[in-house]
Each structure stands twice: as C-alpha cells, then as structure tokens.
Design a protein around this ligand. Structure first.
Ligand SMILES: [Zn+2]
Length: 306
C-alpha cells in the first residue's frame, strides 16, 4: 500500500506500530468537580455508575491485560489514588503505569498558572505516595491544555504528554527556550466517551453504540497505524469500556492486534522513553511544535454584520 506517513519512527524489534491502551481512571472525581456546592449525597445514581470504574472495571481490565501479558497505562487524578488504593495496587502489581491526570479532574485552562501548578504538584505527590516514584507522563483532564501546561510539565519533571493530536506519530512539544516533552498523540476516534457515554444527569447523552460497531472505529485506526508505522493509543474510561459487553470487545480487539503480529504493546512511558532515546542517538527526527503556537488572535479583516 502507498505509505501515508512520511517519517514513522523505528519501533523496537521491527514492530509495525506501537499500541498503548491508555485509560483515564476518573471514578467520582467528576461528581465532586461538577457539583462542588451541591449535596453530593443525593446524586446516588451518578456516584454508583462512576464507582463501577473502580470496583468492577479496573480489576476486570487488569485481568485482561495480565491475561495477554501486556503492560499498559492508566491516567488517574490524585484524589482517586487516595480513594481507591486497592484498585491502584492491582495496577501497580501488574506492572502497569500510573500517569498524572490532575487532582480532581480540573479543567486547568480555567485556572490561574498558580492554581494549575498547585494541581500539578498535588497529582505528582499522590502518585509518588501510591507507587513509590513520581509520574513521568501526564494527560490533561478534559483535554483542557493551557498556555502554562507545557511550562509546568517541563518544570516538574514530566517527560511526556498524552493530551494532544497534532501528528500521527509521537512528536516534540517545545517551549520557546527549546525545552520539550514528548507528545503521544490521539484523536477523538480513540475516545470511548464519544461512542458510549449516556449520563443524562450530567448532560452527556450519546446514543450508545453497539460495542462491535465501536470496536470497528478503534480497529480501523489500529489497522492504519499498523499499515503505516504509527501509534495507536486509546482514551478509554473504566466505567465506560469496563462494562461487560464492551470489555469483551476489548478482548477481541487485542486478539485482532496480536493476530496481525509485529505489534509493540507498551506503556506510554516506555513509548516516550523509546522515542526520547531515538532522538538522543540521532536515529530519528521527530515532528516538532513550539507552543504557544499563537500569541494572539489573527486580526479579522471583516466582521459579521448581520
Ligand atoms: Zn479523565
């Protein structure tokens, strides 16, 4: 087939592509974030649905990953680590990576730089406490990447980000002073939220897709990554994709990937480290983006008048 990625990175052992099922384990952080001044005791249904992610789905997902002998990544708000130590211990015991995902799932581009830093530090401390080492990766809750996020990652030792989608392959996001982190990109087609989430109480009312139809979306992206040398990484949520029929589809998707062969299953941290090594040894030149890309809005020469 005509190659559609001009400069794919070399993957370990000649693999065709890299795969990381990266989950966002949010549990009830969303409940506490969205209803801070409400009486959360009366939102029992929402709390139960979100708790399912911690009580049922994380053990199920860990079981699937362990069954296939793969180590993957779970991005987790610091508060969830403290609320659900048993679920976190299961992941850590399986060798899976815990990545930074805020403290209580804050949308950091709604915060001052000072408050965003407070959240960054609280998340780092929670991961250090739960796993014994600081996080190397970050995923911005709700994709709300701010003009300060890259600065804060660089300043606090975060080596990769998994929030953006500027390329098909890993790339560098750079500050004007040249310091950078590795970006592991994804697009909305990698997100299970868009396929399934129906929480009328919170305003998300997608018509849930049949799990096999949702898998077709994920699998098409994987097949293309395999064909052209890209990266396939998910943005899945335990309370969503950990439900029984959807978990079955995850099993089928991994079986499909393994049947294609030459797939490098790895944590996001391992993928970022591999990419950083290629760059350090001059074995691959990544795409780069210097942020912020715009300092101000581009002036408009006309304005809507009616
Ligand atoms: Zn999240």
């Amino acid at each position: 087939m005509l190659s559609l990625i001009d400069n794919p990175p070399p993957w370990p052992n000649g693999a065709r592509c890299a795969v990381s099922f990266a989950y966002d384990f949010d549990a009830e952080s969303l409940l506490h974030l969205y209803y801070p001044s409400d009486d959360v005791r009366r939102r029992v249904a929402l709390a139960q649905t979100l708790r399912y992610g911690a009580t049922v789905a994380i053990p199920r997902i860990a079981k699937i990953w362990n069954h296939f002998g793969i180590r993957q990544t779970v991005f987790t708000p610091g508060w969830c680590l403290e609320a659900y130590p048993d679920a976190v211990a299961l992941l850590v015991e399986g060798g899976h990576e815990i990545g930074h995902h805020g403290w209580l799932h804050e949308r950091v581009n709604q915060l001052s730089r000072e408050d965003e830093e407070k959240v960054m530090l609280a998340g780092i401390r929670a991961i250090e406490k739960a796993t014994g080492k600081p996080p190397v990766g970050y995923r911005c809750p709700s994709g709300a990447f701010s003009e300060h996020t890259l600065d804060l990652m660089v300043e606090h030792g975060i080596r990769y980000d998994a929030s953006l989608g500027g390329y098909d392959v890993p790339y560098l996001i750079k500050r004007p002073d040249g310091r950078s982190v590795v970006e592991l990109p994804h697009e909305a087609t990698a997100d299970d939220w868009n396929q399934y989430v129906n929480l009328p109480v919170s305003g998300w009312t997608m018509q849930p897709r049949a799990p096999a139809d949702a898998r077709a979306v994920f699998q098409a992206d994987f097949d293309a990554a395999w064909e052209h040398g890209g990266l396939w990484t998910a943005v899945w949520h335990p309370f969503v994709s950990g439900r029984l029929a959807r978990a079955e589809e995850q099993v089928r998707l991994i079986e499909h990937m393994q049947a294609r062969g030459d797939v490098w299953f790895a944590t996001c941290a391992e993928i970022a480290e591999h990419v950083a090594g290629l760059i350090a040894r001059n074995e691959w030149t990544p795409p780069e983006e210097t942020l912020p890309f715009y300092d101000a809005a581009v002036p408009q020469i006309v304005h809507p008048s009616r």
